[in-house]
Write a protein that binds this ligand. Structure first.
Ligand code: JHZ
Length: 397
């Protein structure tokens, strides 16, 4: 079976789920071997306010091989450096052991190593586990489950960045981590997830795709972690990936900081636990779905060449949601070797290396990885092209 249907909330177990968004059927964003489409519908849990996709695609289809390499972005590397330093300060233990779940190419673990940590990664994609191994970071090839967790020692910190939203059984995921946290040093779990508040306010609907099963506010996370006996003691808003949350949780005695209560109050006051907020969001999406194809077809008629930058999962989703294809986008530059030479699923646009910019001299560059806007503009300024930023509204720079 390719996928299963969601019948209850994965945070609180409620069956009171209401559909608020239907984006039709689109292909899997990171699967370059197939253009098979699957539905994208988003449900809201009326009890804990978790947003989630109505289906769960078999993770073996999504992650056995994974083209995304975190280390391609300098911005992300810097972010990982800051994260490693912050966690080192909180722990205050000499030579702590960190385990990073879904370690990708080891981008975060390399930063922990610089801070004196012993490192270990767990990574389901074989191509990425091999990268961690080449860097001598220590890696177990597999999903985070009872098998892989059995193979690791007790840790001072377990990290999971940009993976929690991808997991269906998040209770088992957290429980397995909780059991591995060292009691003596008051081990902690640190998780980063894209923040739904930013998704709604900045109309980041392109970040809704099959890999992202959950779209988190802080409330459902707080409910979940409390119910599992590993309360969140600190929460921070961080700018990465268009705005994310970083939560710190610990099963041992640590004072709960004010940030926890403050964010819950802020969410309630901003009406984020209210279904009407989500109805407004679906209406805002339609502006982008009209404006972006309109602009690209107009430029095409004027004979302008448009190239994309960043064959990100969100970019590939955006093109499919807006029904944009190779008629109006010449090609997409991406510096990830595993993506080059492939064609985008659905929109069928060639993915090319950076030097294609120099050869093709585009009039316009569509920033499909708008979350790294500053970095992408810095690297292409010399080309003299204009930029199209699609999110939160279509804009020419
Ligand atoms: P980027 C990823 O989604 C993966 P994506 C994942 N699904 C997730 O949860 C989210 O992040 C949060 C390229 N690039 O990071 C690299 C350059 O070529 O926005 C990437 O292919 N040169 C786990 O895929 C893409 O752009 C550069 O200088 O939507 C960026 O993808 C830079 C900065 C990027 O995430």
């Amino acid at each position: 079976m390719d996928y299963k249907k969601v019948i209850s909330c994965r945070c609180c177990g409620s069956n009171n789920l209401v559909k608020y968004l239907d984006l039709g059927e689109v292909p899997l964003a990171n699967n370059f071997n197939s253009s098979k489409s699957y539905p994208i519908e988003v449900l809201l849990c009326m009890d804990c306010s978790l947003s989630m996709l109505s289906i769960v695609v078999n993770p073996l289809i999504l992650y056995s091989s994974y083209p995304y390499h975190s280390s391609v972005s300098e911005t992300f590397k810097n972010h990982c450096g800051e994260m490693a330093k912050t966690i080192k300060d909180i722990l205050g233990t000499p030579n702590p052991l960190v385990c990073d779940i879904a370690a990708n190419d080891g981008c975060l673990l390399e930063q922990f190593r610089k801070e004196g940590f012993y490192t270990l990664g767990v990574e389901p994609a074989e191509n990425l586990a091999n990268e961690c191994e080449k860097k001598n970071l220590g890696v177990i090839h597999g999903f985070w489950d009872s098998e892989s967790s059995k193979r690791i020692a007790a840790c001072d910190v377990i990290t999971a960045t940009n993976v929690f939203a991808h997991v269906d059984d998040i209770k088992t995921f957290v429980n397995l981590a909780k059991d591995k946290l060292r009691c003596f040093h008051k081990g902690i779990m640190v998780i980063e997830v894209p923040y739904l508040d930013n998704l709604l306010n900045y109309v980041q609907f392109d970040t809704i795709y099959h890999e992202h099963l959950s779209y988190f506010l802080f409330k459902p996370l707080d409910v979940l972690f409390k119910s599992l006996g590993i309360p969140i003691f600190r929460v921070e808003k961080i700018p990465i990936h268009g705005g994310s949350l970083r939560i710190y949780a610990c099963p041992y005695e640590r004072p709960i900081e004010d940030s926890v209560e403050h964010l819950l109050m802020e969410e309630e006051n901003s009406n984020l636990w209210n279904l009407n907020t989500y109805k407004d969001f679906s209406e805002n999406i339609e502006f982008i779905r009209e404006d972006l194809p309109f602009l690209l077809y107009s430029l095409n008629e004027e004979g302008k060449k448009v190239m994309g930058y960043g064959a990100s999962a969100k970019g590939i989703s955006l093109l499919n949601y807006c029904e944009i294809d190779n008629e109006v986008i010449h090609s997409i530059v991406d510096e990830t070797p595993d993506k080059q030479g492939k064609r985008t699923p659905g929109s069928d646009i060639p993915i090319v290396p950076f030097d294609a910019f120099e050869k093709e001299k585009p009039d316009f560059i569509l920033l499909l990885a708008w979350n790294f806007k500053d970095e992408l503009i810095k690297k292409t300024k010399h080309l003299g092209a204009k930029y199209i930023v699609p999110i939160p509204q279509v804009e020419i720079l």
